[in-house]
Write a protein that binds this ligand. Structure first.
Ligand SMILES: [Zn+2]
Length: 247
């Protein structure tokens, strides 16, 4: 096991925490980048919980959403298990048409209060991944809502219905980390866990079969992942994060 935390020029992320909650729009969002870091952390004995805002039901052109949603949930659960994640929540928002707004913030705040994490992870929510490679609307909505929901979760007087449901405020989140942001200044070395990341992405079998092209080849994609964000530097791999400290 390497004790290297992050390749130059990135700063290492803080690994002095016990529980993380990853909130992303779709099944596969963690696997196209962050899953190897999750494998590292669960190997350290940390707990990581996944929250999927949608079930990715609009993700396969040849399959109706009614058939696709349950299939993609099952693939996500299998994928999470590969990297040591045994809790995967699905919030049931509609894939492809997510809106930033109060209902989304409330539903994410509920999960923050339920799971009481030290760290919250989400997708890059900038307009691009750097250069002209456009981000996707759901990712942008979820990332922005997650940043706000963490503060909502801590405030007793915001979404008072959550307290009525039994979810007391949680102000223990120390930072939100956005995976693969073009503004990333931090990273975690995932060289020792790269194969787990590949295996995790490969569990999205039906999705990858429907996708075709460069993104359907887990190892090849992840070897080039974040090029420009610097996930592969020299012979090592790393997952980059933009860090938003909250306290
Ligand atoms: Zn996605």
């Amino acid at each position: 096991m390497s004790d290297q935390q992050a390749p130059e020029p990135f700063e290492p992320v803080d690994e002095d925490w016990q529980t993380a909650l990853a909130v992303v729009a779709h099944p596969d969002d963690m696997e196209y980048g962050g899953a190897a870091a999750v494998a590292r952390w669960t190997a350290q004995g940390k707990k990581v919980v996944y929250v999927m805002v949608t079930s990715g039901e609009a993700g396969i052109d040849t399959m109706s959403p009614e058939a696709c949603g349950p299939l993609r949930e099952a693939e996500q659960i299998a994928s999470a298990a590969v990297v040591g994640v045994d809790t995967v929540e699905f919030l049931g928002h509609p894939d492809g048409v997510l809106e930033y707004g109060l209902p989304l913030r409330r539903d994410i705040a509920r999960e923050v209060r339920r799971h009481r994490p030290d760290i919250v992870i989400t997708s890059n929510f900038h307009e691009t991944y750097g250069g002209v490679f456009l981000n996707q609307a759901d990712h942008i909505a979820v990332g922005r809502a997650t940043l706000d929901a963490v503060r909502d979760a801590a405030n007793r007087w915001v979404f008072r219905e959550l307290s009525a449901e039994g979810y007391e405020p949680w102000d223990g989140v120390r930072a939100v980390w956005a995976v693969a942001s073009p503004e990333a200044r931090h990273a975690v070395d995932t060289t020792e866990h790269f194969d787990k990341g590949v295996a995790s992405l490969a569990e999205h079998k039906a999705y990858l079969a429907g996708l075709g092209g460069a993104m359907a080849e887990p190892r090849e994609f992840l070897e080039g992942f974040g090029r420009g964000a610097g996930s592969r530097l020299g012979t090592r791999f790393a997952v980059p994060f933009e860090v938003f400290p909250l306290r």
